[in-house]
Design a protein around this ligand. Structure first.
Ligand code: FAD
Ligand code: NAD
Length: 475
């Protein structure tokens, strides 16, 4: 017999679980949400990876480090100078911690306002939609519900020959908490985390070397966009070694000794800190009793159908723990959709228009298909592009780097993909997602009035350029 009965229990309070829990409560359901994540004070910290050690803290450090970098590298063109600029790392990290606390506390307040019952402990699904909650002190209780939503998220992948020790060899959480600027920072993996956190510490003065196994830079992005980004990162001094395979990482007194091989053979490198960012894997440790019937795929992800249902009556799964991109907004939308399906409403997630953003300098953003994907699929397309160098606002900001590239169907003109690198593209992509969601054409965007002078004129001109009628460049 379980202690308490709910309509829905969410296991995991990351952006997938906590957002789903709030939507379920809005729909009148009696909701519980379980999470074991504790903050530095030992108290429950809701919000998962995203709020505690992911999206929010990384963006806080990216913003502070960007300000410092501008002060030390680009304010002079504006006629602004400062004597002896310095970064105080404890203040830099402390600001990030404050923001994290504000947001994790914000989720607790939202739970209260929506009458969601939080449980602080580890949830384990038992047969029959009963969930065992084990607190850190070893005490256990069981709760049950008509529906259980698994939202247990993901954890960093560990390399067997470069195990995390939390001091010299760290994961994302460690790299968000260095107490001083490492003189030499090694990063394994030139993916999203490697580029974002590598940029943070490079801007503060670290010598950053990124070792990437694949021969191509940022393979998930459109090749033209990746090329511009790679060139800009090189200019900034990020040393990105492609086609390089790490063989050994040994912690010694004078640093972490790395041995890797690239096209020229075996190479050696000594760094003070090593960030391993080679991807994340679904986290399901201790989540499922043996007889629940919930299945995992070959990559350890919880198997779900297109409605995030596991195939076991009343059991659903969302977010990083299931297939699809590991993005906070993807998980949140799945949480909302599942809550709506449970409440008998029409939930909906369009996987074809999920935007990707990399918050480097310049920023990178895209939605939809890349040019290579269209080519491989044999879909006929037209291309339009426009450089930020010809956008007045970007020049006025001294950030006239990059371009917007738009891909539209050759016959119907429907927008199939938009790819950007440049200033403010994390915000510009939203307009393109709206157009794509409404099955818009490049002509639709071309006919819409865009304010002058704004960065959004690059989207307008790229749309015009699909029809070879961009105004401020040759076609
Ligand atoms: P998580 O956020 O991982 O949350 C899962 C929660 O479940 C955790 O709190 C965990 O404690 C809890 N849990 C697990 N098992 C149990 C259990 N058995 N019982 C109770 N609780 C359990 N995405 C973006 O979209 N934009 C970004 O800018 C971005 N930046 C990132 C930066 C970094 C450094 C990292 C690491 C990730 C970033 N991400 C970003 C990815 C984003 O954080 C994840 O996609 C998102 O957090 C996934 O949400 P989730 O709710 O599925 O899982
Ligand atoms: P990633 O998949 O983005 O990048 C990992 C990189 O490591 C890849 O380029 C891969 O080829 C490389 N790699 C793998 N094994 C290697 C090895 N042995 N040696 C050298 N390189 C190796 O993964 P990540 O950067 O760890 O981030 C994990 C996920 O978190 C991302 O995929 C993304 O979904 C999410 N995230 C999103 C954002 C954002 O939206 N801005 C930011 C950070 C993280």
């Amino acid at each position: 017999m379980s202690d308490q009965q709910f309509d829905v229990i969410f296991i995991g309070a990351g952006p997938a679980g906590y957002v789903g829990a709030i939507r379920a409560a809005q729909l009148g359901l009696k909701v519980a949400c379980i999470d074991f994540f504790a903050g530095p004070d030992g108290k429950q910290a809701l919000g998962g990876t995203c709020l505690n050690v992911g999206c929010i803290p990384s963006k806080a450090l990216l913003d502070s480090s960007r300000q410092f970098h501008n002060l030390t590298h680009s304010f002079d063109v504006h006629g602004i100078s400062a004597d002896n600029p310095r970064i105080d790392v404890p203040t830099f990290i402390g600001r990030k911690d404050k923001i994290v606390k504000q947001f994790t506390g914000g989720v607790a307040t939202l739970f209260k306002a929506n009458k969601i019952t939080p449980f602080f402990g580890r949830g384990k699904l038992l047969k029959g939609n009963v969930v065992e909650v084990a607190a850190a002190d070893g005490s256990k209780q069981t709760i049950s519900a008509t529906n259980v939503v698994l939202a247990s998220g993901s954890v960093p992948i560990e390399l067997p020959f470069a195990k995390f020790d939390g001091k010299a060899i760290v994961d994302n959480a460690g790299a968000l908490d260095f107490t001083e600027v490492p003189k030499r920072l090694g990063v394994i993996g030139a993916g999203v985390i490697g580029l974002e956190l590598g940029s943070v510490w490079k801007r503060l003065g670290s010598e950053v070397t990124i070792i990437e196994a694949l021969p191509d830079f940022l393979g998930a992005a459109d090749a033209d966009i990746a090329k511009v980004a790679q060139r800009e990162f090189k200019k900034q001094g990020l040393d990105i070694k492609l086609g390089a395979k790490l063989g050994k990482a040994e912690v010694k007194k004078d640093g972490v000794h790395l041995v890797y091989t690239d096209k020229d053979g075996e190479q050696k490198l000594v760094v003070d800190k090593l960030l391993v960012a080679v991807g994340r894997r679904a986290y399901t440790a201790g989540l499922l009793a043996d007889d629940t019937g919930v299945k995992l795929d070959e990559r350890g992800r919880i198997v779900v159908d297109e409605h995030n249902h596991t195939g076991v009556d009343g059991v659903w799964a969302i977010g990083d723990a299931v297939r699809g991109p590991m993005l906070a907004h993807k998980g949140s939308e799945e949480g909302v959709a599942v809550a709506e399906w449970i409440a008998g409403k029409a939930g909906h997630v369009d996987f074809d228009t999920i935007p990707w953003v990399i918050y480097t300098e310049p920023e990178i953003a895209w939605a939809g298909k890349t040019e290579k994907e269209l080519k491989d699929a044999g879909i006929p397309y037209k291309v339009g592009s426009f450089p930020f160098a010809a956008i007045g606002r970007a020049v006025a900001m001294n950030e006239a780097v990059g371009q917007v590239k738009m891909l539209a169907h050759a016959d119907t003109d429907r927008i199939l993909g938009v790819h950007m690198v440049g200033p403010g593209v994390s915000e510009l992509i939203a307009e393109c997602v709206v157009a794509m969601e409404f099955k818009g054409s490049s002509e639709d965007l071309a006919r819409i009035v865009h304010a002058h002078p704004t960065l959004s004129e690059a989207v307008h001109e790229a749309a015009l350029s699909v029809d070879k009628r961009a105004i401020h460049k040759g076609n």
